[in-house]
Design a protein around this ligand. Structure first.
Ligand SMILES: *Cc1c(COP(=O)(O)O)cnc(C)c1O
Length: 361
C-alpha cells in the first residue's frame, strides 16, 4: 500500500533546473562555460549590495524581521506608496504561490496566456483551479481574447508584461483599456519582472500609481533580474491593503531572509547599477539582433533581457550541441530558443558557438 498524493499534482512535473555551470565544465571538460539560460544579470551584484550583505552577516543567528519593516519603508519612500499597499516575498515565484493559495477555490477559472511563465498554471492546478489558456497573438498577449474568456467563474487573470519568454509587451493604452473592462471582482496580476529593461515609452510604467482606482490590480516586481539578486530570493507586490492582508495570512512568518531584506534596500538606492544593467542589456540586444538578422532568423523585438528566436530547426538539439561547447541557453517548444542577453564577451561566445553548431559562418 502506498501513501496517495493529491490527484491535482498528477500531471505537474517538478522544475527541472538546467545543469549547473560546474557540472557542464566537468562533463565536457571545458575551461569556460557561459550560462545564458535563466535571465540572470550578467553584471553580478553591485558593490553597495555586497557591503549591505557583509554588514548584516553577523545577524544571521537571529530570525529575520517577519514584517520586512525597513524594506517596506524603502519601497514606500521610493514609490510614494503607503506601506499597507506593499507586501515583500521570497521572489515573485513565492508570491504567485501565495496569491493562488489565498484566492483560488476548487473550480475557479484562472486565465493566462500560452506561452508565458509556467508557475501560473502550476499553482492554479495545485489549488484545483481551472486554467483557461489563451494563445498569444503574434507572440504577444491577446488581451481582447482574454476578456472574451471571462465568465462568472473567473477569479484571476495573469498578465506577464513584458512576457517571458517572448519578450513582447502590451502598451499602457492596451493595458488600461483591458483593465477598465475587467469586472472588479476578478484579480488582475501584472507580473513586471522585466520592467527595468523596457525601452519603449508606451509601456505602463505607472501601474503603482493607479492602485486606488483599481483595487483588483496587483503589481508584482522582483529584485531577481535587473537588480541582480536572483540567488537571494526577494521581490514585492503592490496592491489594495485588504487584498494583501489575505495573502499575508497564508505567508510563512519569515519568508524573506535577513540578507535579502538588507540587500534589497541597498539595491533600491543604487540607480547607477540599474542604469549600467540597462545599458549593457541594450548593447547586447543590438549586437544579437544584428547577428540573428545576418543568419536570417526571426525574433520578436524584446523589452526584456532575453530574446525568443525562431532558429528554423529543433531547439532541443541545438541546446545540447551548444552545451557541449560551453554555452547554456534554454530550448523552447518547436523551433524556438530563448537566449538571455549577457555581457558582450558572453554574447560573442554564444554567437561563435551557435554558428559552429548550425554550420554557419
Ligand atoms: C524570473 C521571473 C519571475 C520570478 O522571479 P523571482 O522573483 O526570482 O521568483 C517571475 N515572473 C517572471 C515572468 C519571471 O521571468
Amino acid at each position: 500500500m502506498s501513501i496517495v498524493f493529491r490527484p491535482q499534482i498528477k500531471d505537474i512535473s517538478a522544475y527541472e533546473p538546467g545543469k549547473p555551470v560546474e557540472d557542464v565544465m566537468r562533463e565536457y571538460n571545458l575551461k569556460r562555460v557561459v550560462k545564458l539560460a535563466s535571465n540572470e544579470n550578467p553584471l553580478g551584484i553591485s558593490e553597495k549590495v555586497k557591503k549591505a550583505i557583509s554588514d548584516n552577516i553577523d545577524g544571521l543567528a537571529l530570525y529575520p524581521d517577519g514584517n520586512a519593516t525597513l524594506l517596506k519603508e524603502s519601497i514606500s519612500e521610493k514609490l510614494n506608496i503607503p506601506e499597507g499597499n506593499i507586501l515583500p516575498s521570497s521572489g515573485s515565484d513565492e508570491m504567485i504561490d501565495l496569491i493562488s493559495k489565498a484566492y483560488i477555490n476548487p473550480g475557479d477559472e484562472v486565465i493566462m496566456a500560452d506561452i508565458t511563465f509556467p508557475r501560473y498554471i502550476q499553482t492554479a492546478k495545485i489549488m484545483s483551479g481551472a486554467p483557461v489558456i489563451v494563445p498569444l497573438k503574434d507572440l504577444k498577449f491577446d488581451l481582447d481574447a482574454m476578456l472574451d474568456k471571462i465568465t462568472d467563474k473567473t477569479k484571476i487573470i495573469w498578465i506577464c508584461n513584458p512576457n517571458n519568454p517572448t519578450g513582447t509587451m502590451n502598451t499602457e493604452d492596451e493595458f488600461m483599456n483591458f483593465l477598465n473592462k475587467v469586472p472588479k471582482d476578478i484579480l488582475v496580476i501584472s507580473d513586471e519582472a522585466y520592467r527595468e529593461y523596457v525601452t519603449r515609452s508606451d509601456y505602463p510604467f505607472n501601474t503603482h500609481k493607479i492602485l486606488s482606482d483599481y483595487p483588483n490590480l496587483l503589481v508584482m516586481r522582483t529584485f531577481s533580474k535587473a537588480y541582480g539578486l536572483a540567488g537571494l530570493r526577494v521581490g514585492y507586490t503592490l496592491g489594495d491593503s485588504d487584498i494583501l492582508s489575505y495573502i499575508n495570512r497564508v505567508r510563512g512568518p519569515f519568508n524573506v531572509n535577513s540578507l535579502a531584506q538588507a540587500a534589497a534596500i541597498a539595491a533600491l538606492s543604487d540607480d547607477g547599477f540599474l542604469k549600467e544593467s540597462y545599458d549593457v542589456n541594450l548593447e547586447g540586444k543590438d549586437y544579437l539582433y544584428s547577428e540573428f538578422d545576418g543568419m536570417g532568423f526571426d525574433y520578436p523585438k524584446t523589452e526584456t533581457n532575453h530574446i525568443f528566436v525562431d532558429i528554423k530547426t529543433n531547439g532541443g538539439e541545438v541546446f545540447e550541441e551548444l552545451q557541449k561547447r560551453g554555452v547554456i541557453i534554454r530550448p523552447m517548444p518547436g523551433n524556438f530558443i530563448r537566449v538571455s542577453i549577457g555581457t558582450m564577451e558572453e554574447n560573442k561566445m554564444f554567437v561563435e558557438k551557435f554558428k559552429e553548431v548550425l554550420n554557419l559562418s
